[in-house]
Write a protein that binds this ligand. Structure first.
Ligand code: AMP
Length: 191
């Protein structure tokens, strides 16, 4: 971590029309990030949950950094209110910059894009490419099937226990943000 505030990179659903409960969850995450005096790193869009996290975080005084590929500027409605909006060429550059700007990664309920982002930082973490916390906030069982499958293939030998333990699963916002701190005792809250 540099001289800046602690920054959390949030991955979440970006498709319009999601149930209000998910949008409210995203707002609550943004509010609580700001309340802790942290910064937000996001995909830099105003669509759906991504937009809610960003606007709530800013409303609470957090600095927000968005990273968005040029091709998604219109589709995800680039968040021009971001304190810092980095427009890149490719999805890979987006993910690399989001990772570089963050001290921890937090995935909320989302779709395949969110899963892709989560799996990338999770695998990078367990093979030792970074040591930042990777946290999944799942208040309603959104990811139960996925987590059951990961455990099942772990039992068949395809995923090592330490890889599974590298992902912390939390069911409420405060617990998830606590787990983002590097000092969090992962063994107490792992899957
Ligand atoms: P989704 O969970 O599908 O709503 O996507 C959430 C975010 O993941 C969106 O901002 C997508 O642009 C982003 N994303 C990152 N990597 C990918 C990818 N390989 N394919 C699709 N979306 C992606």
């Amino acid at each position: 971590m540099t001289g800046r505030s602690f920054a959390v990179c949030v991955y979440c659903g970006s498709i319009e029309g999601l149930p209000d409960s998910y949008l409210e969850l995203a707002s609550e995450v943004g509010r609580q990030i700001a309340a802790r005096g942290w910064n937000l790193v996001s995909g830099g869009g105003r669509a759906a949950m991504m937009g809610r996290v960003g606007s709530a975080a800013r409303a609470g005084g957090a600095r927000t950094t968005g990273v968005i590929p040029q091709a998604l500027v219109d589709r995800e409605w680039a968040d021009h209110d971001s304190d810092e909006l980095l427009i890149v060429e490719t999805m890979r550059e987006r993910k690399a910059l989001m990772e570089a700007h963050a001290d921890a990664f937090l995935a909320l309920p989302g779709g395949v894009g969110t899963c892709e982002e989560l799996f990338e930082v999770w695998t990078a973490g367990y093979i030792g490419l970074h040591s930042k916390p990777v946290v999944l906030l799942d208040p309603d069982g959104h990811y139960t099937g996925l987590l059951d499958w990961v455990r099942e293939i772990g039992e068949r030998g395809f995923v090592r226990p330490e890889a599974i333990e590298r992902l912390v699963v939390a069911t409420d916002v405060a617990e998830a943000l606590d787990a983002c701190l590097p000092s969090a005792d992962v063994s107490q809250v792992a899957v």
